[in-house]
Design a protein around this ligand. Structure first.
Ligand SMILES: [Fe+2]
Length: 395
């Protein structure tokens, strides 16, 4: 056994790195080799009444303390654990609401497809539930996390519920009144209903659509308008969203090639959220895009196609790095974006999932990059890369 050297606790400083592990008197590892010592660990040793540690190694480096992410203090961890229980309860409530909404919309649409009329009372009740639930939850990221999670259900129902949530979050940020939010929700629940009039073989086709088939798809906004305005006799403000959600700000959309303000505001909202949501989901004919790529596409080449003012609000809601995406920080840690920052879209709040040595971190530190100015995002890491690395380490 290599000779162990004793180091008095009073000699330890945050940032110290040893080339062999540090142990307490019972040979429990206090600090693994080549990991920087942090203030919280030293504090924990004092709290445990430990006066010295031992190691077979040498002090090899002292790094700047500000570059280390301290481990949480035990009392803080306790508070976090308590908080987590409350958050988990809320999360369970939100998941339940989301699942119910998907089931309800699926049932309503299936019955309509079979020839029954749409139950307008049930739709209105669902719209009220949406507005109440989303207005009551202050944390936007809760909903964005739900949208990003792979939900079960058919594509159209999930797409409708996800776009409804995004539209509502956007409407709320734009300062819409409760009445306007209800109308926006009704519009979001119904804007794509015209798709039910398109033959299933076209909607579900795995190969590229022929021009003829694409022309058929392009008629769905007209069907949506007719159903909303004529069959359901809902206000024209709602029906216009069905008709205009594929119109584009630069006039390149369909069916009427409207431009700018000719397109209703609610339709301009729906154009953004519908595009974003569709891009981030896998379809039979294309792979899903990472939320970062979807944002990049909408902000980049697509920016002429959407209302720039609404797009700005959407960006502040989602951030350049949307909730759920993975990023690498300048200190080499990999982190998951857990909340956006409306003032600094490039500096969201992140949670460390891998440390600077590439090791997976359980319950990693949460960092507000807007406050931690030493740290910044250097690149996006795709979830597939994280997944394949995890698989490789398991094999
Ligand atoms: Fe559509």
């Amino acid at each position: 056994m290599p000779e162990m050297r004793r180091i008095p606790l009073s000699d330890l400083r945050p940032g110290m790195i040893f080339d062999k592990s540090l142990f307490d008197s019972n040979y429990n590892i206090i600090l693994p080799a080549r990991k920087p010592l942090d203030r919280a660990t030293i504090g924990m040793l004092y709290n445990r009444g430990i006066t010295e540690v031992s190691t077979a190694g040498e002090l090899v480096e002292v790094v700047d303390e500000s570059k280390i992410h301290p481990k949480k203090h035990p009392t803080q961890t306790e508070t976090d654990a308590q908080k987590k229980v409350i958050i988990d309860k809320d999360a369970a409530k939100h998941i339940e609401f989301y699942k119910n909404a998907v089931t309800k919309i699926n049932n309503l649409y299936q019955r309509y497809k079979k020839g029954e009329s749409l139950d307008i009372n049930q739709l209105q009740q669902l719209a009220h539930e949406f507005v109440n639930t989303i207005m009551a939850e202050k944390k936007v990221e809760v909903w964005i996390n739900l949208i990003n999670a792979a939900g079960r259900g058919d594509y159209l129902s999930l797409h409708i519920i996800n776009t409804t949530i995004l539209a509502l979050l956007l409407g709320k940020k734009l300062g819409y009144s409760a009445v306007k939010l209800i109308n926006l929700t009704m519009a979001a629940l119904l804007f794509d209903i015209g798709m039910l009039k398109i033959p299933a073989y076209i909607v579900e086709k795995e190969e590229k659509l022929t021009p003829e088939e694409f022309n058929q798809i392009k008629t769905h906004p007209i069907h949506s308008y007719q159903i909303i305005a004529r069959e359901l006799s809902l206000p024209v403000e709602i029906a216009r969203v069905g008709l205009e959600h594929h119109e584009r700000f630069d006039g390149t959309g369909y069916p009427r090639h409207l431009k700018g303000q000719e397109i209703s505001e609610m339709s301009r909202i729906m154009a953004i959220v519908d595009t974003y949501e569709a891009l981030t989901k896998k379809r039979s004919y294309r792979e899903k895009k990472e939320s970062y790529d979807a944002m990049r596409l909408i902000l980049g080449e697509g920016s002429r196609k959407f209302d720039p003012e609404i797009l700005k609000v959407f960006l502040s809601l989602m951030s350049v790095y949307p909730v759920g995406s993975y990023v690498q920080l300048n200190n080499k840690c990999i982190a998951r974006v857990v909340a956006s920052d409306s003032v600094s879209p490039f500096r969201p709040t992140v949670k460390i999932v891998r440390d600077e040595f590439g090791d997976t971190v359980e319950d990693g530190e949460i960092i507000r990059l807007a406050k931690e100015t030493d740290l910044y995002i250097v690149k996006v890491v795709y979830s597939s890369e994280i997944q394949s690395e995890n698989n490789a380490s398991l094999s």
